[in-house]
Design a protein around this ligand. Structure first.
Ligand SMILES: *Cc1c(COP(=O)(O)O)cnc(C)c1O
Length: 373
């Protein structure tokens, strides 16, 4: 038994302590400005985040990452009867967003080495009803967008990047969120860039699409009390934007820490845990550090024994969406996405967050290597 405190998957307070004075000042700035909704802080963040990813147009701040996907789908005119291809090994919100836009999710299997969308399966799944693709840049890795965009162009499809886990990831030097027709980001507190509540952003290089996004996030308005189109209410709050404005300048340093921790894991872990491969030419953003346990190991046993040693771990994700009761109506049966189903039994996420100390990373490596033998 260890007497040290457990290694956590994420610790919001460790990060907050470092920036508390600036955050408090930012909150005070908003509360005293008399401007609580869609004012200067939101505008500043929309511009500065676009600059960070190298996008030509400011983004559109929305209430959360799920809405960010919905706003992209609506702006692209995706709706009832339209099929949207994505993966079942993702966070549920990717799929709930497709349903919120009244479209139909279609799942393709994933590559066993990356757990990302299998692009051969994608090609095979395209039908005349297919209108859009949502590649999910899961774990901070990226789907090969060069190939996705080529397929999309061949078939006249729209592509929305789900960047909720990939702030700062790059493919051939181009940052996630600048490679599709539109992209959605989440700033849920645990993400690579996190607010202190819900927050999200939709973004596109296309000015017309951006204009539609801006309308959609507030009832379809350009001017007060007049809808140019159907919209929803999904505003990014000024206080969350102000907090994001404090944290955005630190994102490069936080990403560097995630990448440094990942390198320590890659160098130190036993070959009996197999790290997910990084897509070629990708600079990974390491939102999560995911490994597969060797075939003769029981993942849940490994997990329980790590917990005994004071190491928290996660599973991303334990239940493929197509087999969840809430999505049974989509009609998928066990065995329909074999790689996704198999991975859900063998993957394990190790602690990775910018404030994790070298000492704790070494504790994790040592504990994993002891447990897997
Ligand atoms: C977190 C997440 C979302 C949704 O973000 P919310 O802000 O929680 O709505 C969407 N997709 C993926 C892959 C995520 O990890």
């Amino acid at each position: 038994m260890t007497m040290q405190p457990a290694v956590k998957m994420f610790d919001y307070l460790e990060q907050f302590h470092e920036i508390e004075p600036q955050v408090m000042k930012a909150i005070e700035r908003v509360t005293r400005s008399g401007q609580l909704m869609l004012a200067q802080e939101v505008k500043t963040f929309e511009q500065n985040f676009a600059t960070f990813i190298g996008a030509p147009q400011a983004g559109v701040g929305v209430a959360n990452g799920t809405d960010a996907i919905v706003v992209c789908l609506m702006a692209l005119g995706i709706g009832p009867g339209d099929h949207v291809i994505t993966t079942a090994n993702t966070a549920v919100p990717t799929v709930s967003a497709i349903r919120m836009a009244h479209a139909t999710p279609v799942f393709v299997d994933v590559d066993p080495n990356t757990a990302l969308m299998d692009l051969n399966q994608l090609r095979a799944a395209i039908t005349p009803q297919t209108k859009a693709i949502i590649p999910v840049h899961l774990f901070g890795n990226m789907v090969n967008m060069t190939q996705v965009m080529q397929l999309a162009d061949e078939h006249g499809l729209k592509v929305i990047e789900d960047c909720a886990q990939s702030h700062g990831a790059q493919l051939n030097g181009q940052t996630a969120g600048t490679l599709g027709h539109a992209a959605a980001f989440s700033f849920y507190p645990t993400k690579n860039l996190g607010a202190m509540g819900d927050a999200g952003l939709s973004i596109s290089a296309d000015p017309e699409l951006t204009k539609q996004m801006r309308r959609i996030r507030m009832y379809g308005f350009d001017e007060t009390y007049y809808s140019e189109r159907e919209g929803i209410n999904s505003r990014l709050h000024e206080i969350q934007a102000a907090i994001l404005n404090v944290k955005l300048p630190q994102l490069p340093y936080m990403l560097a820490n995630r990448r440094r921790i990942a390198q320590q894991y890659l160098a130190g872990l036993s070959p009996r845990v197999i790290p997910m491969q990084t897509t070629e030419h990708v600079n990974h953003a390491y939102h999560l550090f995911v490994v597969k346990v060797a075939p003769d190991l029981n993942r849940d046993d490994v997990r329980a024994r790590l917990l005994e040693k004071g190491i928290n771990t996660g599973i991303h994700y334990p239940h493929p969406i197509h087999l969840m009761r809430g999505y049974a109506f989509l009609g998928y049966k066990p065995g329909s996405l074999p790689v996704t189903e198999q991975l859900s039994q063998s993957i394990l996420s190790l602690p990775i967050y910018p404030e994790l100390s070298d000492e704790d990373v070494n504790r994790v490596i040592q504990a994993v290597n002891e447990v897997v033998g």
